[in-house]
Design a protein around this ligand. Structure first.
Ligand code: GTP
Ligand code: MG
Ligand code: ZN
Length: 339
């Protein structure tokens, strides 16, 4: 394997992140990812981030002349950042992935059951980060058609692309491959919905570990234990992630939340007050649309719950220097991808 020469400086792509170390794919002819240590200075500058580097980051690499180790010396500017808030004694931001073209929320019906609360939060966070998002409903072989059709209607109605698939039967795989082709995407969702199974169908050579849901629940562990970026033979790259349980958007000012529910943003233009938060104000067009069944109650419920949560964290007016999202993301929603 060609080695990076001592002191040589190059750039690379982060494909996996651990606490102190990550794996990078240096630009150039090397076929395999290599381990790289994170320079200590990156931790000093990390602010509210637990770990300062994310899968998908472009980085500047150097070789430590003493040890010969590959070192991540700097993180190159990001075009976007998908992150979440980690609640605890001190609020922290967990970086999930950087430089994405698409967030794919994967869900299913059965085991585990569909969670509209989780789906809405992930879709909101993608929008706030300025990243287009899509919904993939896996395990269509398990039935539950009526419930699935209602969910499809809800999210297509909001403006999201929705695909259905069965990794077990090999259905919807070509459509998913088309969605991922030539993009950098992340698959995100509850443990056991079949993220790794879908990727193995798209590209059997990946050989990702999958496991029966009841067994992984009993052991209390996810089958996929770290996020990893894989290059796709069809073009593009995809990040397989460990299942998520709770998702809290990071840095989202409460009064901006209404802009990240596409249908609320659309209908909310007709509210009497331009800053209407759609929770009982007079002349609220969203309330009228709810009554007429033009907006599903589940979407408005998850909006109100998330709004209250954001207010309790960031106060009624939101964070003063919201750090996530980038200027292009603020107040403007990303366009849905073609599919
Ligand atoms: N019936 C059915 N089962 C599926 C389907 N896709 C995946 N499974 C099963 O669901 C279980 C979990 O699949 P995984 O691919 O490991 O799920 P995951 O989302 O990667 O889970 P984590 O890595 O823990 O986040 C496995 O037993 C799969 O065989 C499907 O389309 N239909
Ligand atoms: Mg997995
Ligand atoms: Zn309103």
């Amino acid at each position: 394997m060609a080695m990076v020469e001592s002191r040589e400086v190059r750039e690379g792509l982060v494909v996996r992140v651990d606490a102190r170390q990550c794996e990078v794919r240096p630009d150039g002819p090397e076929p395999a990812p290599r381990p790289a240590r994170l320079r200590g200075r990156l931790f000093e500058q990390r602010g509210e981030d637990r770990i300062p580097v994310a899968v998908g980051d472009r980085v500047r690499l150097e070789v430590d002349p003493a040890s010969g180790e590959l070192v991540v010396a700097a993180i190159l500017p990001r075009r976007n950042l998908f992150a979440r808030r980690v609640a605890g004694e001190d609020e922290r931001r967990q970086l999930l992935a950087a430089n994405l073209d698409l967030v794919v929320h994967v869900a299913c019906f059965g085991t585990p059951p569909f969670s509209s609360v989780l789906a809405d939060r992930v879709l909101v966070a993608a929008s706030f980060a300025g990243i287009p998002a899509a919904l993939v409903l896996n395990k269509t072989d398990l039935g539950r058609k009526r419930r699935m059709e209602r969910v499809i209607e809800t999210y297509r109605g909001a403006g999201y692309p929705v695909l259905t698939a069965s990794a077990k039967r090999g259905e919807g795989i070509e459509e998913l491959q088309e969605l991922l082709r030539d993009r950098t995407s992340i698959l995100y969702g509850l443990s056991g919905v079949g993220k790794s199974s879908l990727l193995n169908r798209i590209e059997p050579g990946l050989g990702l570990r999958t496991r029966e849901v009841s067994r992984s629940l009993r052991s209390g562990r996810h089958t996929t234990t770290f996020a990893q970026l894989h290059l796709l033979a069809c073009g593009g790259a995809v990040i397989d992630t460990p299942g998520v349980r709770v998702f809290r958007p990071y840095g989202l000012p409460p009064h901006e939340l209404r802009l990240h529910y596409p249908e609320l943003a659309r209908i909310g233009r007709d509210c009497r007050f331009p800053d209407c938060l759609h929770r009982g104000e007079p002349g609220c067009a969203v309330a009228a649309a709810l009554e007429q069944g033009r907006i599903p109650a589940s979407r408005h419920r998850s909006y109100l719950e998330l709004l209250a949560e954001l207010e309790s964290v960031y106060g009624g007016t939101g964070p003063t220097d919201a750090p996530v999202g980038g200027p292009e993301a603020r107040g403007s929603r990303p366009k849905p991808p073609r599919c």
